[in-house]
Design a protein around this ligand. Structure first.
Ligand code: PEP
Ligand code: MN
Length: 343
């Protein structure tokens, strides 16, 4: 339950609410939003019935958690969250492009790709050391050796690196190399992993589960936030549809829906949505036009040699062209992207 106090509520009125919640054994969190105090008592959905909260002095409104009241929600904080890492700001109205290979295959491949995406304008570099593969016999990633390559890439380029973490036991390891941890589509509902990345302080990119509703996805973000880490970027990456023409169906409406319902930045991964290179640029342009705070693009210098997801990787010159298009689309928009044009 979230209790939003009037802007003029006194500290005594806030203290009264806090005391009553404490008496009920609630886990209390107090924040300020545009000058007003917001008190939330979680874990107890019955709290809403325990007292006539709206009648208490200083209370403006009450939003029960079970009806969309969440810490990642706009009710809790109306200002947009800006996620920051090494000077890159996601969610401040600028456009962030993360790019790189799906998997780290070798030092040479990773460094070559990182150099070319940064030269083309990418602010962040992707490359995974741990890959979630459908077949247990497929390439699973280089593991720790891959993370060491990633650290070298960050050292050389000065750009933050993002990598997937698959297992709660590896959060510390991946977090000691990567600047941003990514939760993949297969793990969106892995609450143990969500809690673990919520207990560390690096930003987390949370991909949408491939058969998850927007509400389920936002609840997954809430697991991370509840552990104390508010640095969350939501990543739409397509959902399973009935049409096999593309690997997944990119849900463009997810961009404004999540931005309206939460204060979190939203990025789009058109590469994993499409699964094929010839759709990626169109989807990326659409994502930026829809208000995404950024996109994440697979790029490989020689996709035919890629060990994972070669068919969806853009070639270096295709990526350069796309960067120019994305900048043009972003600057053509007149409404502020960060808040989806909402006041
Ligand atoms: C990826 O980004 O490499 C990836 C595995 O994506 P997803 O979890 O969206 O399939
Ligand atoms: Mn991939």
């Amino acid at each position: 339950m979230i209790i939003v106090m009037h802007p003029e509520a006194t500290s005594e009125e806030v203290a009264q609410i806090v005391e009553r919640l404490q008496d009920l054994g609630a886990d209390i969190h107090i924040t300020t939003d545009g000058g007003r105090t917001v008190v939330s008592g979680t874990t107890e959905s019955r709290l809403a019935e325990e007292a006539p909260w709206t009648d208490l002095p200083g209370v403006e409104r009450v939003v029960p958690m079970v009806r969309g009241g969440r810490r990642v929600g706009r009710h809790f904080k109306s200002e947009d969250t800006v996620v920051q890492t090494m000077g890159v700001r996601i969610g401040d109205g600028s456009l962030t492009v993360a790019a790189g290979p799906c998997a780290i295959e070798s030092r040479e491949q990773m460094l070559e790709t990182a150099r070319l995406v940064v030269t083309a304008g990418a602010k962040m570099i992707r490359g995974d050391a741990f890959k979630p593969r459908t077949s247990p016999y497929a390439f699973q990633g280089l593991g720790k050796a891959g993370l060491e390559i990633l650290a070298e890439v960050r050292e050389e380029t000065g750009r933050p690196v993002v990598a997937e973490v698959l297992d709660p036991r590896e959060v510390e390891l991946v977090g000691s190399y990567a600047d941003v941890l990514r939760i993949g589509t297969r793990n969106m509902s892995n609450q143990a992993l969500l809690r673990e990345v919520g207990r560390q302080s690096k930003p987390v990119m949370l991909k949408r589960g491939r058969a998850s509703t927007i509400e389920e996805w936002i609840d997954a973000a809430e697991y991370i936030h509840n552990e104390g880490n508010p640095h969350i970027v939501m990543v739409e990456r397509g959902i399973r549809g009935f049409d096999p023409s593309a690997r997944n169906t990119l849900d463009i409406s997810a961009v404004p829906l999540v931005k309206l319902a939460t204060h979190l930045p939203v990025m789009v991964d058109p590469s994993h949505a499409a699964g094929r290179r010839d759709l990626v640029a169109s989807l990326a342009r659409a994502a930026v036009a829809a208000g995404a705070d950024g996109v994440m693009i697979d790029v490989h210098p020689r996709p035919e040699e890629a060990m994972v997801d070669g068919p969806q990787a853009l070639l270096p010159d295709e990526f350069e062209m796309l960067m120019r298009d994305l900048e043009a689309v972003a600057s053509a928009l007149t409404s502020p992207r960060a808040s989806n044009g909402q006041p």
